[in-house]
Design a protein around this ligand. Structure first.
Ligand SMILES: [Zn+2]
Length: 147
């Protein structure tokens, strides 16, 4: 089965200039595989085990930002963001993640920093937070009343 990941093609050209992966990429390209390493090339992409190696640059930053600020568990701290990233990507990105979190206005806001992460959306007293759901097009009974 063939799979093609769109938008990643330019990564192949970045390995030769990347300080994190240049040596491992070169060793794989020239066929001088280092014994005991988990690095390998697959169709021009460098992998470490089952993790894609993403060179430094805007694409790595974008991936960090996506993991950090999207989904239900967004704006987690450095360690949890790293944990999620390192399940799928290589290398260690602690410096990149720390920089990204320092730039994140939501994570840096005083209200966010002081909130207990397990209770961020729970109001402290009644009527502190009110919301409404508008339900339309409810079915009608035989008499014409709304069910
Ligand atoms: Zn954040």
């Amino acid at each position: 089965m063939e799979q093609k990941v769109l938008g990643f093609e330019f990564i192949k050209d970045m390995y030769k200039d990347d300080p994190d992966f240049y040596e491992d990429w070169l060793a794989q390209t020239e066929g001088t595989k280092i014994q005991g390493t988990k690095f390998f090339l697959h169709k021009g992409f460098l992998f470490h085990g089952n993790k894609l190696c993403v060179p430094r640059g805007s694409y790595r930053d974008l991936l960090i930002k996506k993991v950090h600020s999207s989904g239900l568990e967004s704006h987690l701290g450095v360690q949890k963001t790293l944990y999620i990233l390192q399940k799928i990507l290589r290398p260690k990105m602690i410096g990149d993640v720390q920089i990204m979190l320092r730039r994140c206005s939501i994570s840096q806001s005083q209200e966010f920093l002081s909130a207990d992460p397990t209770h961020r959306c729970v109001p402290n007293k009644p009527w502190e937070d009110v919301s409404m759901d508008f339900i339309i097009a409810l079915p009608r009974t035989q008499r014409g009343n709304v069910k």
